[in-house]
Design a protein around this ligand. Sequence first.
Ligand SMILES: Cc1cc2nc3c(=O)[nH]c(=O)nc-3n(C[C@H](O)[C@H](O)[C@H](O)COP(=O)(O)OP(=O)(O)OC[C@H]3O[C@@H](n4cnc5c(N)ncnc54)[C@H](O)[C@@H]3O)c2cc1C
Ligand SMILES: *[C@@H]1O[C@H](CO)[C@@H](O)[C@H](O)[C@H]1NC(C)=O
Ligand SMILES: *[C@@H]1O[C@H](CO)[C@@H](O)[C@H](O)[C@H]1NC(C)=O
Length: 499
Amino acid sequence: MQNILLFLVSLTITPYSQAYGSKPTREQVCCLALHGLFPAEVNFQGSGTYTNETHKYFSAANFVQPACVFLPATAAHVSYAVQLFNKVKCNFAIRSGGHLPVPGSNGRNGAVLLATSKLNHVKFKGSVAKIGPGNTWIDVYRKTDLIGQVVPDGRVGSVGVGGLVLGGGVSFQQSDYGFACDNVVNFQVVTADGKIRNANAISNPDLFWALKGGGNRFGIVTSFDMKMYPLGRIYGGELTYQYSSLPEVLAQVDKYHGEDRDSKSSIIVNVIDANDLGYGQFVEVVLYYGKPVSSPPPVFQPFFGIPGLIANTVTTKPFSVLVPADKQGLPPGVLSHTWRSVTYQPSAAVNERVSDIFQEEVKSFREERGTDLQPGIFTLAYEPYSTGLTAASQRTGGNALGLDARKGPLMLALLTYSWTNQTESALRTAAVKKSVERMKAASLAAGKHIDWIYLNAAAPDQLPYQSYGKGNFERLRRVRDRYDPKGVFSKLQSGGFPL
Ligand SMILES: Cc1cc2nc3c(=O)[nH]c(=O)nc-3n(C[C@H](O)[C@H](O)[C@H](O)COP(=O)(O)OP(=O)(O)OC[C@H]3O[C@@H](n4cnc5c(N)ncnc54)[C@H](O)[C@@H]3O)c2cc1C
Ligand SMILES: *[C@@H]1O[C@H](CO)[C@@H](O)[C@H](O)[C@H]1NC(C)=O
Ligand SMILES: *[C@@H]1O[C@H](CO)[C@@H](O)[C@H](O)[C@H]1NC(C)=O
């Protein structure tokens, strides 16, 4: 393998060096070598595929200009690439659905972009779905709907399989089945040495555990084998309220969250201020109920009685219809986004403080920008997590997230600022940080704070692994050192949170 690679590297440098300039970078050398091995899978600047792949991101701030886009079609392609990156020491990044709005986490200018678009198989074997990281959730749900099954995963269709599952994965089916990662029975993963391994309860069990929440520090996952569960048509959609209904909505959310909720139910609350884009201000409650009922189940009835309800799309429908690819009619890549989250025990008082801080901070952001303010959107999401979500991992051998030890339900509040004009990137990122620090202070002051940072909702400077508990953090590091002693995925890979 190594000799072949070196031969190809020397062979390809000369003819292609003109295209890149006289002295290619290490990353360009890797691209040329990959092109020599797999010409159909390597795309250079100027090709339509390169243009499309470098724009497959949720946040426009993540668009990149890599040295090339490598689209492996098999695990063997990935294995060759990892050995090459190791040998030539080139920087690379991995992208699945591109939805993590952390610039650099899924692509970097000048690095090799390994995008999983061609690893897009979905195969069913008994009650297990084999899913490639090149799928988005809508791709998967359209297929599972046809056989009356579901894989517990993302709540927005455009999100990728790869990042969501490796970071944990919160689904509408969370109360019954836990995190998405808890439903993985086997990861096919290419580790730093280029080996294609299976990680499951019997083979490489330590790696299996680490991949359940550990993100991209351990290898490149080329296939996820996940448990499926029967699901027919569901009941769900969105209730949209006037902005002034927010206190009543939050009061109802707290009641819903505090009770031992019906495990078939799940909600998300979005508080949206899109005035600067002309879409107004409103509160949206996304409801999901995993049975084909035709009228609101008791757990949801109070939401239908809150004054100020202005739109209602809640009906019985196939699951894949509930999770459209482009929420709010804005497809991925139109806006840039930055987000940050805070986690606390259910508390009506903290929920209220969080929404007050949101409104105060948005107001002061607008005032400070004055006539320089650029169009954008401010969104505060409340995600009530159930006890079932945090407890389920214990049935399946545990995960790295460290929530099983923390009893009871919890609230994740996620603040997102979105914008059109890149000159506001730094300003909006800093403003989100300041706001969420205030929200954290409020939850601390109320004695409700939970020092847990969800990787899939983290800002660039947050430290999710450290928040998974000392024992889990150290165990993750030990597994990392065992499978990647030279730090290929920590040093050569760009992006990912520090471990
Ligand atoms: C609109 C929207 C809705 C969302 N809804 C949910 C939700 O319902 N539940 C939830 O839990 N989260 C949700 N998220 C958060 C989401 O889980 C994260 O953003 C996740 O990282 C996205 O995965 P991706 O594959 O699209 O992203 P990517 O940016 O492609 O990947 C994220 C990270 O994982 C790494 N990675 C990706 N694939 C692989 C692989 N095969 N092997 C190794 N590393 C890999 C990448 O290097 C990157 O660092 C949502 C995000 C958005 C923007
Ligand atoms: C790029 O995307 C556009 C729009 O989706 C599509 O029409 C075009 O065929 C794509 N080009 C390639 C080379 O995939
Ligand atoms: C972006 O913002 C800058 C600085 O406020 C401004 O000068 C520029 O005109 C804006 N660009 C667009 C396209 O609106």
